[in-house]
Design a protein around this ligand. Sequence first.
Ligand code: ADP
Ligand code: ADP
Ligand code: ZN
Length: 215
Amino acid sequence: MNIILLGPPGAGKGTQAQRLVERHGMRQLSTGDMLRAAVKAGTPVGLQAKAVMERGELVSDEIVSAIIGDELDSMGPDAGAIFDGYPRTEAQAAALDKILAERARSLDHVIELDVDEDALVERITGRFSCATCGKGYHDTFERPRDPDSCDKCGGTEFKRRPDDNEETVRTRLAEYRTKTAPILPIYEKRGIVRRVNGMADMDDVTRLIEGIVAS
Ligand code: ADP
Ligand code: ADP
Ligand code: ZN
Protein backbone atom coordinates (compact mmCIF):
# COMPACT_ATOMS: atom_id res chain seq x y z
CA MET A 1 0.00 0.00 0.00
CA ASN A 2 1.24 3.49 -0.90
CA ILE A 3 -0.63 6.51 0.39
CA ILE A 4 -0.14 10.26 0.39
CA LEU A 5 -1.25 12.36 3.35
CA LEU A 6 -1.99 15.80 1.98
CA GLY A 7 -2.82 18.94 3.91
CA PRO A 8 -1.41 22.27 5.04
CA PRO A 9 1.13 22.59 7.86
CA GLY A 10 -0.53 21.55 11.10
CA ALA A 11 -3.29 19.53 9.42
CA GLY A 12 -2.26 16.38 11.33
CA LYS A 13 -0.24 14.51 8.69
CA GLY A 14 2.62 13.58 11.02
CA THR A 15 0.27 12.61 13.87
CA GLN A 16 -1.77 10.29 11.67
CA ALA A 17 1.30 8.90 9.90
CA GLN A 18 2.81 7.90 13.25
CA ARG A 19 -0.40 6.06 14.12
CA LEU A 20 -0.45 4.19 10.79
CA VAL A 21 3.15 3.16 11.37
CA GLU A 22 2.26 1.74 14.77
CA ARG A 23 -0.86 -0.09 13.62
CA HIS A 24 0.19 -1.36 10.23
CA GLY A 25 3.97 -1.39 10.25
CA MET A 26 4.00 0.97 7.28
CA ARG A 27 6.92 3.36 6.79
CA GLN A 28 6.49 7.11 7.20
CA LEU A 29 8.38 9.04 4.56
CA SER A 30 8.45 12.59 5.88
CA THR A 31 10.55 14.90 3.74
CA GLY A 32 10.40 17.46 6.57
CA ASP A 33 11.92 14.96 9.04
CA MET A 34 14.54 13.87 6.51
CA LEU A 35 15.50 17.46 5.76
CA ARG A 36 15.73 18.32 9.47
CA ALA A 37 18.01 15.30 9.97
CA ALA A 38 20.19 16.54 7.08
CA VAL A 39 20.34 20.03 8.60
CA LYS A 40 21.34 18.57 11.97
CA ALA A 41 24.01 16.38 10.41
CA GLY A 42 25.36 19.29 8.36
CA THR A 43 25.26 17.37 5.06
CA PRO A 44 25.42 19.28 1.75
CA VAL A 45 21.63 18.90 1.42
CA GLY A 46 21.19 20.18 4.96
CA LEU A 47 23.41 23.19 4.31
CA GLN A 48 21.31 24.08 1.26
CA ALA A 49 17.97 23.51 2.96
CA LYS A 50 18.49 25.21 6.33
CA ALA A 51 17.81 28.85 5.46
CA VAL A 52 14.98 27.97 3.07
CA MET A 53 13.21 25.98 5.80
CA GLU A 54 13.72 28.74 8.35
CA ARG A 55 11.95 31.13 6.00
CA GLY A 56 9.10 28.64 5.49
CA GLU A 57 9.70 28.35 1.76
CA LEU A 58 9.96 25.12 -0.22
CA VAL A 59 13.24 23.29 -0.72
CA SER A 60 14.03 22.43 -4.36
CA ASP A 61 12.06 19.69 -6.07
CA GLU A 62 15.26 17.89 -7.11
CA ILE A 63 16.50 17.61 -3.52
CA VAL A 64 13.29 16.29 -2.02
CA SER A 65 12.54 13.86 -4.85
CA ALA A 66 16.07 12.45 -4.60
CA ILE A 67 15.73 11.82 -0.87
CA ILE A 68 12.33 10.16 -1.37
CA GLY A 69 13.80 7.80 -3.99
CA ASP A 70 16.71 6.90 -1.69
CA GLU A 71 14.36 6.28 1.22
CA LEU A 72 12.15 3.97 -0.83
CA ASP A 73 15.24 2.05 -1.92
CA SER A 74 16.14 1.48 1.73
CA MET A 75 12.78 -0.23 2.34
CA GLY A 76 11.73 -3.75 1.53
CA PRO A 77 9.56 -3.98 -1.61
CA ASP A 78 6.56 -5.12 0.44
CA ALA A 79 6.65 -2.39 3.09
CA GLY A 80 3.81 0.11 2.72
CA ALA A 81 4.72 3.77 2.30
CA ILE A 82 3.04 6.82 3.78
CA PHE A 83 4.15 9.98 2.02
CA ASP A 84 3.94 12.77 4.60
CA GLY A 85 4.66 16.24 3.27
CA TYR A 86 5.55 15.02 -0.22
CA PRO A 87 4.70 15.78 -3.00
CA ARG A 88 4.25 19.52 -2.49
CA THR A 89 4.43 20.80 -6.09
CA GLU A 90 3.28 19.64 -9.50
CA ALA A 91 6.87 18.79 -10.40
CA GLN A 92 7.15 16.62 -7.29
CA ALA A 93 3.87 14.87 -8.13
CA ALA A 94 5.25 14.02 -11.58
CA ALA A 95 8.55 12.87 -10.05
CA LEU A 96 6.69 10.64 -7.59
CA ASP A 97 4.82 8.92 -10.42
CA LYS A 98 8.14 8.06 -12.00
CA ILE A 99 9.79 7.05 -8.73
CA LEU A 100 6.92 4.68 -7.91
CA ALA A 101 6.69 3.21 -11.43
CA GLU A 102 10.42 2.47 -11.42
CA ARG A 103 9.90 0.47 -8.25
CA ALA A 104 6.72 -1.32 -9.37
CA ARG A 105 4.65 0.57 -6.81
CA SER A 106 1.39 2.41 -7.37
CA LEU A 107 -0.60 4.95 -5.39
CA ASP A 108 -3.62 3.58 -3.56
CA HIS A 109 -5.04 6.67 -1.85
CA VAL A 110 -4.44 10.37 -1.50
CA ILE A 111 -5.92 11.28 1.86
CA GLU A 112 -6.66 14.99 2.06
CA LEU A 113 -6.90 16.37 5.59
CA ASP A 114 -9.41 19.16 5.31
CA VAL A 115 -8.88 21.85 7.97
CA ASP A 116 -9.81 25.45 8.79
CA GLU A 117 -6.80 27.67 8.28
CA ASP A 118 -7.75 29.65 11.39
CA ALA A 119 -6.97 26.65 13.59
CA LEU A 120 -3.55 25.98 12.14
CA VAL A 121 -1.52 28.72 13.80
CA GLU A 122 -2.60 27.46 17.23
CA ARG A 123 -1.84 23.88 16.27
CA ILE A 124 1.61 24.74 15.00
CA THR A 125 2.73 27.15 17.70
CA GLY A 126 1.72 24.58 20.36
CA ARG A 127 3.46 21.67 18.69
CA PHE A 128 6.43 19.85 20.25
CA SER A 129 7.91 16.39 20.04
CA CYS A 130 10.00 13.89 21.97
CA ALA A 131 13.69 14.48 21.25
CA THR A 132 14.36 10.74 21.62
CA CYS A 133 11.66 8.95 19.61
CA GLY A 134 10.01 11.84 17.73
CA LYS A 135 6.49 11.28 19.05
CA GLY A 136 4.43 14.42 18.45
CA TYR A 137 2.58 16.36 21.17
CA HIS A 138 0.67 19.59 21.63
CA ASP A 139 0.51 22.04 24.55
CA THR A 140 -3.31 21.89 24.57
CA PHE A 141 -4.47 19.02 22.37
CA GLU A 142 -2.11 16.16 23.23
CA ARG A 143 -0.02 16.51 26.35
CA PRO A 144 2.18 13.71 27.65
CA ARG A 145 0.52 11.90 30.59
CA ASP A 146 3.50 12.87 32.75
CA PRO A 147 4.58 16.38 31.69
CA ASP A 148 8.25 15.50 32.08
CA SER A 149 8.44 12.26 30.13
CA CYS A 150 7.38 10.84 26.79
CA ASP A 151 4.39 8.44 26.85
CA LYS A 152 6.00 6.25 24.22
CA CYS A 153 9.66 5.94 25.21
CA GLY A 154 10.04 7.62 28.60
CA GLY A 155 12.47 10.17 27.16
CA THR A 156 12.72 13.38 29.18
CA GLU A 157 13.77 15.83 26.50
CA PHE A 158 11.32 17.57 24.20
CA LYS A 159 11.96 19.86 21.26
CA ARG A 160 10.23 22.53 19.24
CA ARG A 161 10.89 23.39 15.61
CA PRO A 162 12.49 26.75 14.82
CA ASP A 163 10.01 27.25 11.95
CA ASP A 164 6.95 26.70 14.16
CA ASN A 165 6.41 30.41 14.79
CA GLU A 166 3.49 32.52 13.65
CA GLU A 167 5.36 34.52 11.02
CA THR A 168 6.88 31.49 9.29
CA VAL A 169 3.57 29.65 9.46
CA ARG A 170 1.98 32.40 7.36
CA THR A 171 4.62 31.87 4.66
CA ARG A 172 4.19 28.09 4.84
CA LEU A 173 0.42 28.43 4.46
CA ALA A 174 0.89 30.69 1.44
CA GLU A 175 3.29 28.14 -0.09
CA TYR A 176 0.66 25.46 0.46
CA ARG A 177 -2.10 27.49 -1.17
CA THR A 178 -0.11 28.50 -4.24
CA LYS A 179 2.07 25.43 -4.89
CA THR A 180 0.65 22.38 -3.11
CA ALA A 181 -3.14 22.69 -3.27
CA PRO A 182 -2.97 22.78 -7.11
CA ILE A 183 -1.74 19.16 -7.18
CA LEU A 184 -5.07 17.84 -5.85
CA PRO A 185 -6.80 17.88 -9.26
CA ILE A 186 -4.09 15.59 -10.65
CA TYR A 187 -5.17 12.92 -8.19
CA GLU A 188 -8.86 13.79 -8.35
CA LYS A 189 -8.80 12.94 -12.05
CA ARG A 190 -7.53 9.49 -11.10
CA GLY A 191 -10.34 9.06 -8.58
CA ILE A 192 -8.02 8.32 -5.64
CA VAL A 193 -8.60 11.37 -3.41
CA ARG A 194 -10.37 10.69 -0.12
CA ARG A 195 -11.25 13.80 1.90
CA VAL A 196 -11.21 13.53 5.69
CA ASN A 197 -12.38 16.12 8.21
CA GLY A 198 -9.09 17.10 9.84
CA MET A 199 -10.91 19.31 12.36
CA ALA A 200 -12.33 16.26 14.11
CA ASP A 201 -10.71 14.87 17.27
CA MET A 202 -7.42 13.13 16.60
CA ASP A 203 -8.89 9.69 17.37
CA ASP A 204 -11.86 10.30 15.06
CA VAL A 205 -9.51 11.33 12.26
CA THR A 206 -7.60 8.10 12.86
CA ARG A 207 -10.83 6.08 12.61
CA LEU A 208 -11.75 7.76 9.33
CA ILE A 209 -8.32 7.01 7.89
CA GLU A 210 -8.46 3.42 9.12
CA GLY A 211 -11.70 3.04 7.19
CA ILE A 212 -10.02 4.22 4.01
CA VAL A 213 -6.93 2.06 4.44
CA ALA A 214 -9.11 -1.01 5.08
CA SER A 215 -11.26 -0.39 2.00
P1 ADP B 1 1.43 18.22 10.17
O1 ADP B 1 2.36 17.03 10.15
O2 ADP B 1 0.32 18.12 9.16
O3 ADP B 1 2.16 19.52 10.07
P2 ADP B 1 0.98 17.49 12.97
O4 ADP B 1 0.51 16.08 12.89
O5 ADP B 1 2.37 17.73 13.42
O6 ADP B 1 0.68 18.25 11.58
O7 ADP B 1 -0.04 18.28 13.90
C1 ADP B 1 0.21 19.64 14.30
C2 ADP B 1 -0.10 19.81 15.78
O8 ADP B 1 -1.52 19.71 15.97
C3 ADP B 1 0.54 18.75 16.66
O9 ADP B 1 0.97 19.37 17.87
C4 ADP B 1 -0.59 17.75 16.93
O10 ADP B 1 -0.48 17.19 18.24
C5 ADP B 1 -1.85 18.61 16.82
N1 ADP B 1 -2.95 17.90 16.17
C6 ADP B 1 -2.89 16.98 15.16
N2 ADP B 1 -4.12 16.54 14.83
C7 ADP B 1 -5.00 17.21 15.63
C8 ADP B 1 -6.44 17.20 15.77
N3 ADP B 1 -7.22 16.41 15.02
N4 ADP B 1 -6.98 18.03 16.71
C9 ADP B 1 -6.19 18.83 17.47
N5 ADP B 1 -4.85 18.88 17.39
C10 ADP B 1 -4.24 18.08 16.48
P1 ADP C 1 4.67 20.56 8.21
O1 ADP C 1 4.54 19.20 8.85
O2 ADP C 1 4.43 21.64 9.19
O3 ADP C 1 3.84 20.66 6.97
P2 ADP C 1 7.25 19.68 7.21
O4 ADP C 1 7.98 19.10 8.36
O5 ADP C 1 6.58 18.75 6.28
O6 ADP C 1 6.19 20.74 7.77
O7 ADP C 1 8.21 20.62 6.36
C1 ADP C 1 9.02 21.58 6.97
C2 ADP C 1 9.77 22.35 5.91
O8 ADP C 1 10.62 21.46 5.17
C3 ADP C 1 8.89 23.03 4.85
O9 ADP C 1 8.43 24.30 5.25
C4 ADP C 1 9.87 23.10 3.66
O10 ADP C 1 10.81 24.15 3.83
C5 ADP C 1 10.62 21.78 3.79
N1 ADP C 1 9.98 20.68 3.05
C6 ADP C 1 9.45 19.55 3.57
N2 ADP C 1 8.95 18.77 2.61
C7 ADP C 1 9.15 19.42 1.44
C8 ADP C 1 8.82 19.14 0.08
N3 ADP C 1 8.18 18.01 -0.28
N4 ADP C 1 9.18 20.06 -0.86
C9 ADP C 1 9.83 21.18 -0.54
N5 ADP C 1 10.16 21.52 0.72
C10 ADP C 1 9.82 20.65 1.71
ZN1 ZN D 1 9.67 9.46 23.10
